[in-house]
Write a protein that binds this ligand. Sequence first.
Ligand SMILES: NC(=O)c1ccc[n+]([C@@H]2O[C@H](COP(=O)([O-])OP(=O)(O)OC[C@H]3O[C@@H](n4cnc5c(N)ncnc54)[C@H](OP(=O)(O)O)[C@@H]3O)[C@@H](O)[C@H]2O)c1
Length: 259
Amino acid sequence: MKVHIIGGGNLGAAIALGMAKCATKNEITVTRRNTTSILYLEKLGVTVSSDNKHNIQEADIIILTIKPYQVDTVLAEILPFISNKIIASGVSGLSIEALQSKIGENHQAIRIMPNIAAQYAASATCISFNEKHAEQGQKVVTIFKDLGTAPVIDEKLMDAATVLAASGTAFALRYIRASMQAGIEIGFDWKTALAISAQTVKGAAEMVMEEQIHPEQLIDRVTTPQGCTITGLSEMESHGFSSSLIRGIKAAVKKIKGV
Ligand SMILES: NC(=O)c1ccc[n+]([C@@H]2O[C@H](COP(=O)([O-])OP(=O)(O)OC[C@H]3O[C@@H](n4cnc5c(N)ncnc54)[C@H](OP(=O)(O)O)[C@@H]3O)[C@@H](O)[C@H]2O)c1
């Protein structure tokens, strides 16, 4: 497929990079006004341009990875030049209904919520679309399945997905950082502590995804009675480990909903 990504920033460049590296050979164009920082993508076969309209008529899918306040400007620029396109938006807070009304019935609005791990084909990209656009929505799902997982969700869960899947990357990284800091306190240099912490998180995540079981069942395999693991867990929980994470996630959802 020909994929045109508008907004080659943190997210747009990560999607372009993930697509360029994956086995499915899509034709990718990525645009932003100042292209200097993403010219490296050209070496991977990605077309980089500062012109949002560059080859846009040929695109099968247009992906918007711009900030919410940039949407109207970008749409005003491209809409006169395109017809019958799938427009997949990763713009936080922009509903399918709002996007569809901006682009008109001639195009199909799909909502996506990827994260920057798309770069390593490890994003959890939540996707929503209206039933009448199911065929086009599935094309977007196909693209994002190559970049990790791509669950189709009810749009009313998109704010929750933004926090769990996109902000969640930062939350997970904070866990890794804290674990690394503790690693330094107990004797490792920071690089070794970071490598051990990151690999341990990756290993735990892979077990949960492979075995598709509740994390507590795996925790049970690690916690020897009267052992050090249960002692550590109990100490962490007594300081609000799980509850602070849950409270943080709920606060972030409230923030996004403006309540
Ligand atoms: N970062 C994430 O992890 C993440 C995850 C999920 C969703 N999102 C959402 O994705 C969107 C982008 O986030 P981001 O973090 O990637 O922001 P970002 O790094 O600021 O990227 C936005 C990009 O849009 C480009 N841009 C601005 N105006 C443009 C125009 N008229 N034409 C073409 N490109 C234009 C900017 O580059 P120039 O200034 O050079 O044009 C910039 O590179 C936001 O709506 C965000 O909520 C982000």
